[in-house]
Write a protein that binds this ligand. Structure first.
Ligand code: ADP
Length: 507
């Protein structure tokens, strides 16, 4: 819903959370013009400015300003909208008189058709005000808005406007940035190479998002051939590739929602999440759940909203949430230790998953399902839940082949069947670790690795299947009947070559 809808509906108090002050003000001014309201703006440095009449009153103290606004609301027949810049910072200090005055003013505004709009980066309000105002997020600019920024920059630099194809690529690269960030990225590209280059804009976007600390653009995108085994999962993903296009909508298919991959650590869940980007040919954002909950108390909800806003602006895209249990672990059970924050954030996340209309495909990976709230695993949240087990003999052979080639050696010269047999109970990560160890041994002595180096490195590895035997068995038992096996191609159940539970053979 947009700002005008709220104002038209008579909401007396709105909080507009955005780092883009100028754009928020421009949108508010446009709304005032359309609704024929008088716009006033207060800040601690300018006092109370009547934007419509270009006059101002020197009242720099917020209490004083609220008193002036009250007088304005009482006297006049005209309907006013007053924007308060950064008032949340004063409200944070919980001054009871300020909070009371604001509540009184909101009541007056409601009765007389006026409105107060608080702008700033913070959404946190004292509990006394939480139910008095509505927090709304300013969506990130779409490509039409970014297009005007782009044209403005080119015109001011005396450069011709871009041709359609390249313009589209530049705007696509900039989606997910605020207008100011996009302006900076365009200007930087102009200074760096004398033109606006989509690759430079995309690089700048990646840097900007990374600085924000919540999401990062993942550039390295492995493909299907980089994953050994997991055939059922790879097949499922390949089938989803065309499902994002218009033809799929015409056919009556919904936009794919997401995928949950659970399993043993080191079995290729993250690798597959990254490969999803090249399989579906979409940009990949990695969300750091730990960061969502870190930082200022009460910022978690705002952080999640900011992530959703970025992902939806970039959509169609993939949002990868690594080790999701780490973020939402605190929302299980009644006695959460964080005052219910993770439960609330988790609730918002679930409703977004349920209702989202923008094509943001969520790939969540988890090692420990016991920490995940049951609502999360309920059917319908994700399109599918896959379980990644320890690789079977064939899969280990495929992983060895990939790992050896990845390290620029000829896998054809190795006995893959013997390597696979020697590494029963190993995960893909452990196979790679053992191979690297053998390479280090050989490199230190200035030669190529031998079968003996490989045998020694394998023997020196204690696989997690041994270290965490019981936990893995619990996970394997849990997954039966609940999650689809990532390794099995048929849907008829576990493949016959896969002993179950496999870890028993290690004893
Ligand atoms: P997880 O996310 O399940 O803990 P990762 O995907 O991070 O495991 O795996 C770590 C590394 O191990 C990968 O980057 C890759 O090099 C290797 N690896 C694990 N599983 C596979 C696999 N099935 N095929 C190829 N490489 C694998």
């Amino acid at each position: 819903m947009n700002l005008i809808t709220y104002l038209r509906a008579g909401y007396p108090g709105l909080v507009l959370v955005t780092p883009e002050e100028a754009r928020a003000e421009a949108e508010l001014a446009a709304a005032c013009r359309e609704l024929q309201r008088n716009l006033h703006a207060w800040s601690a440095t300018d006092g109370l400015v009547d934007v419509t009449r270009c006059s101002s009153i020197d009242c720099f103290d917020p209490l004083d300003a609220l008193a002036r606004v009250e007088a304005l609301f009482r006297q006049s027949e005209t309907r006013h909208i007053v924007m308060f810049r950064d008032l949340q910072m004063y409200l944070d200090q919980s001054d009871p008189v300020l909070v009371r005055r604001l509540k009184d003013l909101l009541r007056l505004a409601k009765g007389n058709g006026h409105a107060l709009v608080l702008t700033g980066c913070r959404s946190k309000l004292p509990p006394e005000l939480e139910h008095e105002v509505s927090v709304i997020d300013l969506n990130l600019p779409d490509s039409t808005k970014l297009g005007s920024v782009l044209d403005g920059i080119l015109t001011s630099a005396d450069q011709p406007l871009l041709q359609d194809g390249i313009r589209e690529s530049v705007l696509h690269a900039a989606l997910g940035l605020t207008t100011i960030e996009a302006e900076n990225a365009f200007a930087l590209s102009l200074v760096e190479c004398g033109r606006i280059d989509p690759i430079l804009v995309a690089r700048e976007k990646a840097r900007t998002l990374k600085r924000g600390g919540l999401v990062e653009v993942v550039e390295a995108k492995p493909n299907l051939d980089d994953i050994g085994g997991l055939d059922a999962l790879k097949r499922w993903l390949s089938q989803r590739r065309p499902a994002f296009g218009a033809a799929a909508r015409d056919y009556g298919l919904p936009v794919p929602k997401g995928l949950l991959i659970v399993g043993i650590p080191g079995t290729g869940k993250s690798l597959t999440a990254k490969a999803t980007a090249s399989i579906l040919q979409l940009p990949l954002l990695r969300l750091d759940m730990g960061r969502v909950f870190g930082g200022i108390v009460g910022q978690s909800e705002a952080n999640l909203r900011s992530v959703i806003r970025t992902a939806e602006a970039i959509a169609p895209c993939i949002l990868w949430i690594d080790e999701i249990e780490k973020g939402f672990g605190g929302s299980t059970g009644g006695g959460s230790s964080d005052g219910g924050t993770s439960s609330r954030v988790f609730g918002s996340f679930l409703s977004w998953m349920q209702e989202k209309e923008k094509p943001v495909f969520v790939v969540a990976t988890a090692n420990d399902v016991s920490q995940l709230p049951p609502e999360f695993l309920r059917k319908g949240r994700f399109d599918e839940m896959f379980f990644v087990d320890l690789p079977d003999a064939g899969e280990r052979g495929a992983i060895w082949k990939i790992v050896i080639s990845r390290h620029r050696r000829d896998s054809g010269a190795c006995d893959l069947a013997a390597l696979s047999k020697a590494t029963e109970g190993f995960t893909g990560a452990e196979i790679e670790g053992a191979y690297r160890e053998a390479l280090h041994e050989a490199f230190a002595e200035g030669r190529e690795p031998t079968a003996a180096d490989l045998r020694a490195a394998i023997a020196a590895t204690t696989p997690v299947s041994k270290l965490m035997k019981e936990r893995i068995e619990v996970l394997q038992t849990w997954a039966k009947g609940r999650a689809r096996e990532a390794g099995a191609v048929s849907q008829a159940g576990p493949s016959s070559s896969r002993p179950s539970p496999r870890v028993q053979s290690l004893n």
